[in-house]
Design a protein around this ligand. Structure first.
Ligand code: C2E
Ligand code: MG
Ligand code: MG
Ligand code: MG
Length: 285
């Protein structure tokens, strides 16, 4: 009887597994078609310079509006795109579209903004990535200073030496680099010394309880101080409250990003925001 039950459990487990892989397969098939169907777009979340309160730039964030499922979150489809290799064509489109859009905004008289683009490790390590970035800048006419590439410290970071080389070449192009989700990955500190980046993005998990948890407060102040000693800017992700803002300001954080100032916006809404409330003082009187 025990054996029978064990067998049933096993079968149940198997069919659940099959359902899940079928579900994944369907999602993968749809993701392959999503680009052609125009279901993929970018939202832009403002990044604010704390010294002036002005919008410094924006992070481009992928959005997928599935025909029947509605919005599928990046947390769900980015890992799938990474596993299937689809992240390379999708990511290349994100890079192109972000640069094109930013150049368009500069042409239309906005103060020059820096667009931050998330780059997956697979994408970053594809042969010819530096050349692709260079070609994208040429095709769109965007000033390299107006592009920042975000890389996440990741277990998948094989071949650290080639990463260091790629970062050096991108710096030569004049592109900025930031380390995303800092503090959640691996070997953060040794990477910081070896990867010469411009900005450190402190992960939102540390910001969340910044003003209620003493340990998070200690970590954040230490990260800001350390970045500055390494000549790196500190950016806080996920800033939602005025109390968090005040804390970050007091400790000299350079830039903030979060719902307090704005959620990620479709391009037309980002434009409207730039015309109506482009300074932090207008949000927080
Ligand atoms: P990320 O790069 O760390 O992006 C920041 C995430 O935090 C975004 O989630 C953003 O909507 C969210 N966020 C911003 N402010 C707040 C806030 O105040 N509170 C809270 N709770 N959340 C906030 P999103 O758009 O869901 O993206 C999730 C992740 O998906 C990104 O994390 C990034 O790792 C990945 N991703 C998004 N777009 C791309 C892309 O084009 N390429 C690649 N490779 N990854 C992407
Ligand atoms: Mg990011
Ligand atoms: Mg991040
Ligand atoms: Mg994050």
């Amino acid at each position: 009887r025990a054996k029978e039950q064990g067998g049933n459990t096993y079968q149940l487990y198997r069919s659940e597994m099959n359902m899940r892989s079928l579900e994944r397969l369907n999602l993968e098939i749809d993701l392959r078609k999503a680009m052609d169907r125009g279901e993929i777009s970018l939202h832009y979340q403002p990044i604010v310079d704390l010294a002036t309160g002005d919008v410094y730039g924006m992070e481009a964030l992928l959005r997928w509006k599935h025909a029947t499922r509605g919005m599928v979150s990046p947390g769900e489809f980015i890992p799938l795109a990474e596993e299937t290799g689809l992240i390379v064509p999708i990511g290349n489109w994100v890079l192109y579209e972000s640069c094109r859009q930013n150049r368009e905004w500069t042409d239309r008289g906005f103060p020059p903004l820096v667009v931050a683009v998330n780059i997956s490790v697979n994408q970053f390590q594809q042969p010819g990535f530096v050349q692709l970035v260079q070609e994208t800048l040429e095709r769109t006419g965007l000033d390299p200073k107006q592009l920042c590439l975000e890389i996440t410290e990741n277990v998948a970071m094989r071949n650290v030496n080639s990463m260091i080389e790629t970062i050096a070449k991108l710096r030569e192009l004049g592109v900025q680099i930031s380390i995303d989700d800092f503090g959640t990955g691996y070997s953060s500190l040794s990477y910081l010394k070896r990867f010469r980046v411009h900005t450190l993005k402190i992960d939102q998990s540390f910001i969340k309880e910044l003003t209620t948890d003493e340990e998070n407060a200690a970590i954040v102040t230490a990260l800001i101080a350390m970045s500055h000693q390494l000549n790196i800017k500190a950016l806080a992700e996920g800033v939602e409250t005025k109390a968090q803002l005040e804390f970050l300001r007091r400790f000299g954080c350079d830039e903030i990003q979060g719902y307090l100032f704005s959620t990620p916006l479709p391009a037309d809404e980002f434009e409207r925001m730039m015309r109506t409330r482009r300074n932090l003082s207008e949000v927080l009187p």
